[in-house]
Design a protein around this ligand. Structure first.
Ligand SMILES: [Zn+2]
Length: 430
């Protein structure tokens, strides 16, 4: 099949292209990128006038729940949801049941994702066996099966000794250790950020220092062994500053922030809505504004959703017993464009770097995916259309999103991966 994307504004930070061009895709490969390509060459034409065309968006932090919690999500529903939200590649975090700490499960996850035939899935292996924090998992074998990073996400890497070993060992393979930075002795029983708002609401809070202590430990260890530390879902301004200084010293530290930490602060908890309960929690306004500053000055490398589906009953309950986390694939682009592009003047090129080319580099994908000869791997989005988010249209099996019913400016329009072309639908476009 020949597909022609007409008049789209291509923004490709890898090649430097930033102008209106047509793209002809033949049998799932980019055949031509040029002006005024002839429509008669195509079986299908996408009119991308007033839209942005970018290398496919990549989400390096997602929980696809299979094996073990298929009621929340399956490989198939997760991969469909990813593309419906405009992502062509996502990771699969290892806190499955059984835990993805060995080559057999990595292979199973890849096979299931491949069979689903939507977004590409890059598995992340566990750091420790069973994510129990005692001994290293079979990282070498998992690398042979295709993991792109390791993480004990959901929990921090339990001890400094284990983290040091993981950083040293992963150097051999050139992959990062992704850290869920949380000193758990400071967060037990807590549901939201610790501060004025948690006191006002009478809820137990997680202090930012719980994040800062682990980030500090890891930066010190990483500098010592010259490893590659990736700090997941950053939320604290102090941690951001430590990462900024580590980068200035030349340490290999990368980091990500979620759309919800860019969008919300802890005043949202006032309605006791469990869809605002996640780890790390949304913080105070000053932390949120520093995350936006971190995106602008380049300290934060990418935006990742931490897509965390849960069945209805895990969220439809009292706030102090609900599950942590929200889904993110199908709201990320709208939320990010609304807050970063429309309200804080972050350039589109920077947004494409944070959601496409930078995360791709972190998980070892080839440079410049949007070029003649490459497999089609493209995200098309609109900055001008407003969308009212309708979770009932989502492809995810779960509905735990705080963005439900919100009107956001900007939305995904197409996700294209090889011969698979998905028209995104996340709500009513106005
Ligand atoms: Zn986490």
């Amino acid at each position: 099949m020949n597909l022609l994307i007409k008049n789209g504004h291509i923004i490709n930070p890898d090649s430097g292209i930033d102008k209106v061009l047509d793209i002809l895709i033949v049998d799932g490969r980019v055949d031509k990128i040029d002006v005024n390509l002839d429509e008669s060459m195509a079986d299908k034409v996408i009119d991308a006038g007033n839209m942005i065309v970018a290398p496919g968006f990549v989400d390096i932090h997602a929980h696809l729940r299979e094996p073990g919690n298929e009621r929340a999500e399956t490989m198939e529903s997760g991969c469909k949801a990813a593309m419906n939200g405009g992502f062509t590649t996502v990771t699969a975090m290892p806190n499955t049941n059984p835990c993805m700490d060995n080559a057999a499960i990595v292979s199973l996850v890849r096979e299931k994702a491949h069979r689903a035939g939507y977004a590409k899935v890059c598995p992340v292996g566990a750091v420790s066996k069973g994510r129990e924090g005692r001994e290293l998992a079979a990282i070498g074998e998992m690398v042979h099966e295709g993991i792109v990073a390791v993480s004990d996400d959901g929990s921090p890497v339990a001890t400094a000794e284990l983290m040091k070993k993981a950083l040293e060992y992963c150097q051999l393979f050139g992959i990062p250790v992704m850290e869920h930075a949380e000193e758990v002795t400071l967060t037990r029983g807590a549901v939201m950020n610790e501060g004025f708002m948690s006191t006002k609401l009478g809820l137990k809070g997680m202090p930012t220092v719980a994040e800062d202590i682990v980030v500090a430990r890891d930066i010190i260890l990483n500098r010592y062994v010259r490893g590659w530390l990736h700090v997941s879902h950053l939320s604290s301004a102090y941690s951001l500053d430590m990462i900024r200084r580590a980068k200035e010293r030349g340490d290999r530290v990368t980091t990500e922030v979620t759309p919800h930490h860019l969008f919300f602060n802890d005043s949202r908890l006032e309605q006791f809505d469990t869809n605002f309960v996640m780890k790390p929690p949304v913080r105070v306004e000053a932390d949120r504004l520093s995350m936006i500053e971190g995106i602008k000055d380049g300290t934060i490398d990418c935006i990742a959703t931490d897509h965390a589906p849960h069945p209805h009953e895990y969220k439809n309950c009292e706030i102090d017993i609900c599950a942590f986390g929200i889904i993110g694939f199908e709201t990320a682009i709208s939320a990010v464009l609304d807050v970063l592009y429309h309200r804080y003047d972050v350039p589109l090129k920077r947004i494409v770097e944070c959601m496409s080319t930078n995360p791709a580099k972190i998980i070892g994908m080839k440079d410049d995916r949007l070029r003649v000869g490459a497999k089609a791997d493209i995200t098309v989005f609109s900055t001008g259309s407003e969308v009212v988010i309708r979770p009932e249209r989502f492809k995810s099996r779960s509905r735990n999103t705080p963005f439900k019913g919100m009107k956001l400016k900007g939305c995904p329009v197409y996700a294209i991966s090889g011969t698979r072309v998905v028209r995104c639908d996340v709500g009513e476009v106005q």
